[in-house]
Design a protein around this ligand. Structure first.
Ligand code: LMR
Length: 398
């Protein structure tokens, strides 16, 4: 039987990271997968994570199974971080999941099982894995406009028009809470208010992917779009990831949170989420969630962690500005200043698939084929090499 299995294509993001690892050329630059790097190219373990792990090593006394919905103290910390005082926490059915991907899948599985035929609207473009996750769960995926035709800004009126015209009561709308992946282009708060209003009017439900809290404007600031949605919409699904803001990529730490109209509905929601988890991975892993819980519940570690997140955000923003200046210095006639208003790890460079291939083949510079660049992978000492390569690429592929 298995001899008939065809070879699947490599993943459009992680596949490039594999190809990068195998590339023997010296001076190669990896701007593919969304992983934070220091100037020296390292993806460090945060100091607060190390401290929490030492604490855990000394105090942890079991590796017994976790409850199906996960680590209770972690979940309290996460709900607090995500919703603050905006919402009665009793309305949130929260479960720990293996990363943000696990959260998206568990949320989608729960909806698909009980509301078969549900449709979900995805921004065009969106994270390359969204479509596969939602389709695998059995949701019908559709797209709404997001980028302007020159790919440098949000086409807000087209976005609203698509949702207004095509959306139906009970449809889910996948929204990136901040730091839109892959474009780095977010709606303004005033635009979020309009989105919130439209969804409420149409009876569509926000399905919010919150993978970059703290990488846009700050941990609290980045939650404002979500809070704006919740002021007008009494139901939502929120999927958080702590891969980036705790640097816990390989520990797979995330959470799915289903917001119900009232607290009396939460028990039923949680029971259904538990079922979705039980037949998937049974119960979640302990270590990453224990680490996050230790940091969030200790005031000193918590404030140290906030500083660490702020430092990562500041470095990325410096690199984005340095890149814009570097491109100007090359004398190329393409203006990259539109990148300045983009937020988070990624920038949409406007480069196409063929140009991404040119950069890889000619200069050992890896970016995603859509033109997405992981700004967090840039460093001052390689900036000139990068900018000159992109300028040469633009000249060669005109
Ligand atoms: C990315 O978009 O690069 C990250 O979210 C990592 C991934 O799994 O794709």
């Amino acid at each position: 039987m298995f001899e008939h299995l065809p070879i699947a294509p490599p993943d459009s993001i992680l596949g490039l990271a594999d190809a990068f690892a195998k590339d023997p050329r010296p001076g190669k630059i990896n701007l593919t997968v969304g992983v934070y790097k220091t100037e020296d190219g390292a993806t460090p373990i945060l100091a607060t994570v190390k401290k929490a792990e030492v604490k855990l090593l000394n105090t942890e006394n079991t590796k017994g199974y976790m409850p199906i919905e996960g680590h209770q103290e972690y979940l309290r910390g996460v709900v607090n971080l995500v919703f603050g005082s905006e919402l009665e926490h009793g309305r949130v059915a929260a479960a720990q999941t293996p990363g943000g991907t696990g959260a998206l899948r568990v949320g989608a599985d729960t909806v698909a099982k009980h509301f078969p035929g549900t449709r979900i609207w995805l921004s065009n473009p969106t994270w390359a894995n969204h479509g596969s996750i939602f389709q695998a769960a059995g949701l019908e995926t559709n797209v709404y406009s997001y980028l302007s035709s020159d790919k440098t800004s949000l086409d807000f009126s087209a976005m609203i028009q698509d949702l207004e015209t095509n959306g139906r009561r009970g449809d889910l709308v996948c929204l990136h809470a901040c730091c839109h992946n892959p474009t780095g282009i977010d709606p303004t708060l005033a635009q979020w208010e309009q989105i919130a209003e439209l969804l409420a009017q149409k009876g569509m439900i926000p399905f919010v992917d919150f993978a970059y809290q703290g990488f846009g404007d700050g941990l609290e600031e980045d939650a404002k779009p979500l809070h704006t949605l919740l002021k007008k919409n009494s139901e939502a699904i929120v999927c958080s990831s702590f891969s980036k803001n705790f640097g816990l990529y390989s520990e797979r730490v995330g959470a799915v949170m289903l917001v119900s109209t009232e607290a009396s509905k939460t028990e039923a929601a949680l029971s259904q989420i538990r079922q979705a988890i039980r037949c998937n991975y049974s119960n979640p892993p302990r270590h990453g969630a224990s680490t996050v819980a230790t940091i969030l519940s200790d005031p000193t570690l918590h404030s140290e962690w906030v500083s660490e997140v702020n430092a990562m955000r500041d470095r990325i923003s410096q690199m984005r500005n340095m890149f814009i200046d570097g491109m100007k210095k090359t004398g190329i006639d393409r203006d990259f200043s539109f990148l300045a208003s983009q937020k988070g790890m990624f920038s949409y460079s406007g480069l196409n698939n063929m140009q991404a291939d040119w950069l890889k083949n000619e200069r050992a510079i890896y970016i995603v084929g859509t033109g997405r660049i992981n700004v967090a992978g840039m460093a001052p000492q390689t900036m000139d090499t990068l900018c000159n390569a992109i300028a040469d690429c633009l000249r060669a592929t005109r």
